[in-house]
Design a binder for this molecule. Structure first.
Ligand SMILES: Cc1cc2nc3c(=O)[nH]c(=O)nc-3n(C[C@H](O)[C@H](O)[C@H](O)COP(=O)(O)OP(=O)(O)OC[C@H]3O[C@@H](n4cnc5c(N)ncnc54)[C@H](O)[C@@H]3O)c2cc1C
Length: 400
């Protein structure tokens, strides 16, 4: 067995790579084991709010983030069928002033690439592709992880950043299937040049409707519009980023929606259409045992309806690395980490579930009761619309 490393991370997704960079910045030697034989994230858009941006900036990735990102001017809520605007609240400079960092929209692949590039040139990080962590044992102050290529690797501590179907989680707490949330999501990327000018405003827009909602925003510096359309459905539960979607089925799901949504869908290339069922899990009562812990979706997978899953993984990574660098031993570091993170991540998980209900109002009375107060606030006291987000975007784990 090769000489043990300080930290072993299972999974080189956004969470695993951020954790590797944060540990390396604290002079820890890190090995990252990734199941995929090539790095190259799939998927489409991601919103990185100020709470995620703070960490990426502290890791020295601020300039790269600015290069790949798009800064939305406003957060907007519209009724999907009529297209009417309930509110449009400034983001951009206003959000930076309020939260101390920019709000960005990025393509997942672009964010993953800048993280991977930084990891690849970091002498403290050893990134190993094409093998999975299949099990682990802890003995005499070391964790030994079994790998799918038949080898094993020793480390002072193991972090499971291996996503919603985490094998490290299973090794810690046993088998436990994720929960199907009753929602299916379609994803499209549409070239901006193929759309009439001004059709999609440069906002983070949520379009609400009966038993479904859609989200539109620009990525890749404004070259592409990211569309996610969510519909409540029980009959299709295939999970994964690479299930092709059928545009005619997507259009049917949004049949009574306004012409803007249909113009957007009509301009999409069928090959960019993917569909997947959305799963989450309940908050975990504890995250760690001894020298093994979890991070990101391995720990607290959530519906994407707060646009915070990746941001929570990024925050986890920073806190975890800070604790590892300062605590007496990894087991204590993990207990301190989990004590700082559990309440916040559980609250975001629950808020994402609540948004499924909030965004899917169909009946006129339900819409009036939910969106009426927002419409009024936007006209009388717009700051009331910011306040519910302050606890999320306003947190800066790099200052804690
Ligand atoms: C439609 C949608 C929209 C979203 N929008 C947003 C958004 O706007 N903002 C936001 O912050 N979040 C968003 N999210 C959530 C975000 O994508 C996830 O929370 C985030 O990617 C989780 O990162 P992770 O690194 O924890 O896990 P993953 O991205 O799942 O990475 C896990 C990695 O581990 C590898 N792996 C798996 N098993 C093993 C193993 N046994 N050994 C080694 N490697 C292994 C996998 O190959 C993968 O590379 C969205 C999610 C969805 C579905």
């Amino acid at each position: 067995m090769p000489k043990p490393t300080d930290i072993l991370i299972a999974g080189a997704g956004i969470g695993g790579l951020t954790a590797a960079l944060a540990c390396a910045q604290n002079n820890l030697k890190v090995a990252v084991i990734e199941r995929a034989s090539e790095l190259g994230e799939v998927g489409a858009g991601l919103q990185i709010a100020a709470n995620g941006t703070h960490v990426l900036e502290k890791l020295g990735l601020g300039a790269e983030l600015e290069n790949i990102g798009f800064r939305p001017e406003a957060a907007t809520l519209r009724l999907g069928q009529s297209g009417r605007t309930v509110f449009s609240n400034p983001l951009g400079e206003a959000a930076r002033e309020r939260y101390g960092a920019w709000y960005y929209h990025v393509h997942r692949a672009d964010l993953h690439r800048i993280l991977a590039e930084a990891a690849n040139v970091n002498p403290n990080i050893d990134l190993q592709l094409g093998k999975a962590v299949t099990g682990f044992v802890e003995k005499a102050g070391l964790v030994s992880a079994a790998l799918s290529d038949g080898n094993s690797i020793g480390a002072g501590a193991l972090i499971g950043a291996d996503g919603i179907h985490s094998s490290v989680r299973e090794g810690l707490f046993g088998k436990d299937a994720p929960r199907f949330t009753g929602n299916v999501a379609w994803r499209l990327l549409v070239p901006t040049r193929s759309l009439p000018a001004g059709l999609i405003p440069p906002h983070a827009t949520v379009w609400t409707g009966p038993k479904g909602h859609a989200v539109t925003y620009y990525v890749r510096g404004g070259e592409l519009v990211n569309f996610v359309g969510v519909v409540e459905r029980e009959d299709w539960q295939v999970e994964g980023w690479l299930e092709s979607g059928d545009i005619s089925e997507l259009k049917q799901g949004f049949a009574p929606w306004c012409s803007t949504i249909h113009q957007l869908i009509d301009a999409a290339d069928e090959t960019t259409c993917f569909k997947w069922a959305l799963f989450d899990r309940d908050p975990l009562p504890s995250w760690s045992k001894g020298r093994v812990t979890l991070l990101g979706d391995a720990c607290h997978p959530m519906l994407p309806f707060m646009a915070q899953g990746a941001c929570m993984a990024i925050e986890d990574a920073w806190v975890l690395a800070t604790e590892l660098a300062t605590a007496e031993d990894p087991a204590q570091a993990f207990l301190d980490y989990e004590a700082q993170r559990k309440k916040r991540t559980a609250r975001v998980q629950m808020a994402a579930r609540a948004n499924a209900k909030r965004f899917h109002k169909g009946a006129p009375l339900g819409q009036l009761g939910t969106y009426g107060p927002m419409w009024l606030a936007a006209r009388v006291k717009p700051d009331l619309l910011n306040k519910p987000f302050d606890w999320i975007y306003g947190a800066n784990v790099t200052k804690a």
